[in-house]
Ligand binder design. Structure first.
Ligand code: SF4
Length: 496
């Protein structure tokens, strides 16, 4: 039930957590505005993309200051911290770390020197050619051999000291040795060498930059303030700071913003492979990705699910809260009334008091309570967006049966998750994924449900209204649009 800091998480069962976006990024260039506060609220809107650490870097045109720490945005910053971050441009980052690496050194933005000034960098995604890039950094290093070398326990190799183990600090280091007359040229030289998923926001003392990989795997949106510009992982973060949506940062595009205005550069031809899971679960429902409101996609997934897996029942309910749009869609299409069967304690993940052992044993009951009058004697359809290990759904089925449900039919608005993600989403390992090795009937039996139905891959894609060939569906199909690293396990540990 607890986070790395021992406090409660929002997840119904943290040992069976949903696929988790590993970072949210935000950037702003707005003279005359309190940019640190705007980044703070932007990160607040992106908190679902990372809850382990948060950081903000600001610049007044001459000097960059960074403040970062472990914890939620609201735990890391208070009013006084934000007052120590003056300036007119800023970037921010909220990070979820993979198991075993929730450490301060991996918090972002990272900071590093370059021949053109200091660079602060924040990253959402995962680079799949880390070894190659590390070798490139090694080869380029003689010109920068002031860098301290250390021996890494993991690989047994001697490598330069960087203050963190993720790929973001490697990119920061590569900036220092890239060729070009300024940071823009250095970025245009370096980005074509990066493989994998990256949505970057970065800055030097005077200029805000944003860049997105040629596949546009992770989202990145551009917004306009009256006197400035904003970039953010999701459009919902633009809304919250009062910025109007302009367009997405295009796959393969680098944007630079400073007192001369906005300049756009292309470092690669776009080959879109947007993450379909952003539509299923990861992004906020009030965000728009490539012209499609995420909430509308989820409701449509529910309608498709009702057509693909109909059932006679008395009530449709959602697994709180991410299953709600699909459950409403299922109810609309099937004509079965939508109802509430479970109440979620909305504030439980925000308490700063550690749960006692007795409370931990309460399991998901600490977070969910069944509405017995709505459930008893009824045939119930429970709609959820995905099944990872199955522990959550098993506990829910048990809870609903104890509350008197007559039948329980589980419907899932994504296909079975069978493959890991190398592009910035943390899944359970392949061996832990319940759909990897069991048939749908066997999974149904394991959950203790009366029936189980998953939406088809085609049905899910159709609900997003995106071109099928422009979506990544690898975790469902095993077809990866970008080269998968040879050392997969190590690559997953470095994600951000
Ligand atoms: S494998 Fe592709 S679809 Fe699945 S989470 Fe990763 S990027 Fe998204």
């Amino acid at each position: 039930m607890a986070r790395a800091d021992g406090l409660l998480t929002h997840e119904i069962d943290p040992t069976d957590r949903k696929p988790q976006d590993q970072c949210g990024v935000f950037g702003i260039w707005a003279p005359g505005e309190d940019v640190a506060k705007l980044v703070y609220f932007g990160l607040y809107a992106l908190q679902h993309r990372g809850q382990e650490s948060a950081g903000i870097a600001t610049s007044n045109g001459e000097q960059i200051l960074v403040y970062r720490d472990m914890g939620l945005v609201s735990q890391v910053f208070d009013e006084r911290d934000l007052e120590t971050l003056p300036g007119h441009l800023a970037i921010g980052h909220t990070r979820y770390s993979t198991t075993g690496s929730p450490m301060w050194e991996n918090a972002q933005p990272t900071l590093g020197p370059t021949p053109w000034g200091t660079v602060a960098l924040a990253h959402n995604g995962n680079l799949t050619n880390f070894e190659e890039l590390e070798a490139m950094a090694d080869a380029r290093r003689p010109a920068h051999d002031h860098v301290v070398r250390t021996h890494t326990k993991k690989t047994g190799r001697t490598r330069p000291y960087r203050d963190s183990t993720n790929d973001t600090s490697l990119v920061t280091e590569l900036f220092a040795s890239a060729e070009g007359k300024d940071l823009t040229e250095a970025a245009l030289e370096m980005f074509p060498k990066l493989v994998g998923a990256f949505s970057f926001v970065f800055m030097d003392e005077t200029t805000l930059y944003a860049a997105r990989d040629p596949h546009g795997v992770r989202p990145l949106a551009l917004g306009r303030l009256e006197h400035g510009w904003v970039v953010a992982s999701e459009t919902a973060a633009l809304d919250i700071v009062g910025a109007s949506f302009v367009r997405e940062v295009e796959p393969g595009e680098l944007i630079a913003i400073d007192e001369d205005g906005l300049r756009s550069y292309r470092f690669a031809e776009p080959k879109p492979a947007r993450c379909v899971f952003e539509y299923v679960y990861l992004a906020r429902p009030d965000s728009v990705i490539n012209g499609k409101l995420v909430h509308a996609s989820r409701a449509e997934m529910g309608r498709v699910l009702a057509r693909e897996h109909p059932v006679e029942a008395d009530m449709v309910m959602a697994t709180p809260e991410s299953g709600t749009p699909a459950a409403v869609g299922y109810a609309e299409e099937s004509g079965i009334p939508f109802g509430q069967g479970l109440m979620k304690n909305a504030y439980v993940g925000r308490t700063f008091i550690q749960p006692s052992q007795t409370l931990r044993q309460q399991g998901i009951r600490l977070k969910l309570n069944p509405l017995k009058e709505n459930i008893a004697g009824k045939r119930i359809v429970v709609v959820d967006d995905s099944i990872v290990r199955g522990n959550t759904q098993r506990a829910l089925v048990r809870m609903l049966r104890e509350a008197g449900a007559k039948e329980i039919h589980i419907r899932i608005s994504s296909p079975p998750v069978k493959w890991p993600c190398f592009y910035g989403i943390d899944f359970a390992t392949r061996a832990e994924l319940i759909a990897n090795g069991l048939t749908t009937d066997e999974i149904c039996q394991s959950l203790g449900a009366d029936s189980l139905g998953y939406i088809s891959v085609d049905g899910m894609i159709a609900a997003t209204t995106q071109e099928p060939k422009e979506l990544c569906t690898a975790c469902f199909t095993g077809t990866y649009p970008i080269t998968v690293p040879s050392d997969a396990a190590t690559a997953l540990e470095r994600s951000c």
